[in-house]
Design a protein around this ligand. Structure first.
Ligand SMILES: C[S@@+](CC[C@H](N)C(=O)[O-])C[C@H]1O[C@@H](n2cnc3c(N)ncnc32)[C@H](O)[C@@H]1O
Length: 275
């Protein structure tokens, strides 16, 4: 079923396919009542029915609340030295947006460590999406600290594979350390291209798999399942740089760096691409 162009309330509904039509059934609807609407007792016709979960739990199954809270707190507290090391790269990268992007979407915004680089212009409107609602308080605080008026920052609980924004509606999309965690990298990149205006920017910093045949790559392979469990679905072995290169962006500028504070979570690719 196409994910795009669904209204927000439809995204939060169960999707029920009855024959060839899609019904959006809000949570809390009595299934008995619903069944009476689609089943026609006079003809005894039994329609072909397929039921799908609402989008967010389908793509990002719910985690226990304590886990989401703990992961948000851990990100907030443990990334300080990493952020200090990557700061120079980020400053340079985000300077490309200055004066050129008013509406910015950040996918997997997390605790909002990037907002200070691009959101300090009061004319900017930022949408930060993340499936973990516990990130909201940190992201809102980071937006405020960056000088963004509260009305100009909107946190939305959503997944990058089904962005709750219209086609060609933002000037830039930002994503850092998120393609390691999404369920579907290619679908996410398609969504990024869909919501970008023509000529819009995609700015990224991602950790990727080490080179095949290296000791680091071997260790990443061994620890990948553990990493996914402790770091909310983060994969160590994705070749995300290749996915970005093949996603159909124009003028792709992609660079690679190894960061001493990231140990096994290396190397990183960072850069900018245009739609
Ligand atoms: C390693 S954290 C990075 C957060 C932030 N971008 C940063 O640089 O610190 C990965 C983030 O991706 C979010 N995430 C996981 N699955 C996602 C999905 N399908 N769509 C969007 N964000 C997702 C997580 O909740 C988490 O906030």
């Amino acid at each position: 079923m196409a994910q795009k162009n669904l209204r927000k309330e439809q995204r939060n509904c169960w999707h029920v396919l009855v024959e060839d039509s899609v019904h959006f059934v809000a949570e809390g609807t009595l299934w008995k009542q619903y069944w009476e609407q689609v089943f026609c007792p006079s003809t005894l016709h039994l329609p072909r029915i397929e039921i799908q979960l609402p989008i967010i739990p389908r793509i990002h199954p719910p985690r226990p609340e304590w886990y989401e809270e703990f992961y948000a707190l851990a990100l907030d507290k443990t990334m300080i030295s990493y952020e200090a090391e990557i700061a120079g790269y980020k400053s340079q990268l985000f300077s490309n947006l200055r004066g050129k992007a008013d509406k910015i979407l950040e996918i997997g915004v997390g605790t909002g460590p990037n907002l200070k680089y691009y959101a300090n212009d009061p004319g900017i409107h930022v949408f930060g999406i993340d499936p973990n609602s516990k990130m909201k308080k940190y992201a809102v605080a980071a937006a405020e600290a960056a000088g963004l008026p509260p009305s100009n920052f909107k946190f939305m609980q959503a997944v990058a594979e089904a962005l709750p924004l219209n086609d060609a509606s933002v000037d830039a999309v930002v994503g850092t350390l998120v393609l390691c965690s999404v369920k579907d990298v290619d679908l996410t990149l398609q969504e990024v291209r869909r919501v970008l205006k023509p000529g819009g920017f995609y700015v990224f910093v991602e950790h990727v798999a080490a080179k095949d045949g290296t000791i680091l790559r071997f260790v990443q392979g061994v620890l990948d399942p553990l990493q996914q469990t402790v770091a909310d679905g983060c994969h160590l072995t994705r070749n995300t740089g290749n996915c970005i290169a093949k996603a159909g962006f124009l003028d792709l500028d992609i660079n690679q760096v190894v960061l001493s504070t990231a140990s096994l979570v290396n190397p990183h690719v960072y850069g900018i691409a245009h739609k």
